[in-house]
Design a protein around this ligand. Sequence first.
Ligand SMILES: NC(=O)C1=CN([C@@H]2O[C@H](COP(=O)(O)OP(=O)(O)OC[C@H]3O[C@@H](n4cnc5c(N)ncnc54)[C@H](O)[C@@H]3O)[C@@H](O)[C@H]2O)C=CC1
Ligand SMILES: O=C(CO)[C@H](O)[C@H](O)COP(=O)(O)O
Length: 325
Amino acid sequence: MQLGIIGLGRMGGNIARRLMRGGHDVVAHDRDQSIASALIEDGAAPADSLATLVDQLETPRVVWVMLPAGDPTEETVNALAERMDAGDIIIDGGNTFYKDDIRRAKALALTGIHYVDVGTSGGVWGLERGYCMMVGAEQEIFAHLDPLFDTLAPGHGNLERTHGRNAPHDSAERGYIHAGPVGAGHYVKMVHNGIEYGLMQAYAEGFELMQSKSSPDLPEDERFDLNLADVAEVWRRGSVVSSWLLDLTAQALTGDPKLDHYSGAVADSGEGRWTIDAAVEQGVSTPVLANALFARFNSRKDSTYANRLLSAMRFGFGGHVEPPK
Ligand SMILES: NC(=O)C1=CN([C@@H]2O[C@H](COP(=O)(O)OP(=O)(O)OC[C@H]3O[C@@H](n4cnc5c(N)ncnc54)[C@H](O)[C@@H]3O)[C@@H](O)[C@H]2O)C=CC1
Ligand SMILES: O=C(CO)[C@H](O)[C@H](O)COP(=O)(O)O
């Protein structure tokens, strides 16, 4: 398929590359020309403005927006809508709040333009590993875009099949789902990120506990100088708590066991807060997810080992660099 991609940063650039490797044609735009140039060298057609991007696309046009959520995405979707026609499709693959999707889709429906929200997980590793995608869309639009999702997704890989799943064409088994109507994709991604905070916090607290076991405040015969890189490594192999976040933890500890490279002032970009808002709105108790969010707020005052480990994991999956306190 041919599509336009706007926003060629850590996510959009590699999404474009993976699509091109899969045989799709990309027209690429970023407001930063040096970032756009790298994509052009990799085979994308250049577009120095939204207008030239839209002009190069065959109808029905498909444009994937991969920008910071909020104003940059909102302004871009509105500007695209002015230049696109009925039947065209705008995809928001960033971490947008799902109620913004519902509002936008309703406004665009008046013009006949379709809107699709894609919760995209995989971070800076997605080019090689593939992206897990949670899609909110009209059924026929999801079907139309299937070749794109199929290329971006990880595929079956070598994961064992879940017992009882026998459908022949199960997209969930390849790494993407049609979660429901517009908004459902980003709603599921929001909860995914809420869980991400909780998992990260659990690892961070556990490793801080082990790290402090060598404290001179403890009785001498109860002090253990544990090799945390080895603990993380061994837990990757057959333990109940193995996971990709643990893989990233093991990697960070191997290079820098004291985590001196990380500030421990852990940022957040919205999804954790929206998850807690949703919990309040739906009257569902989510104490672990709420505490993990609040722990991040505290981390900005306090540079503990646990907080530096959270920073290390965020850098590991998303390339997020946090400013020193
Ligand atoms: N980094 C990660 O691990 C993940 C990020 N996301 C989401 O994906 C979206 C993009 O994230 P990243 O790629 O990490 O951000 P990024 O900051 O690396 O890239 C954003 C790109 O958009 C460009 N840009 C900003 N405003 C623009 C505009 N108005 N017009 C054209 N280009 C513009 C910037 O020059 C930059 O190249 C965000 O919504 C983010 O929350 C989703 C999953 C994972
Ligand atoms: O979506 C992601 C990972 O799944 C992004 O990396 C996101 O930025 C992580 O959330 P936060 O910035 O709030 O830690």
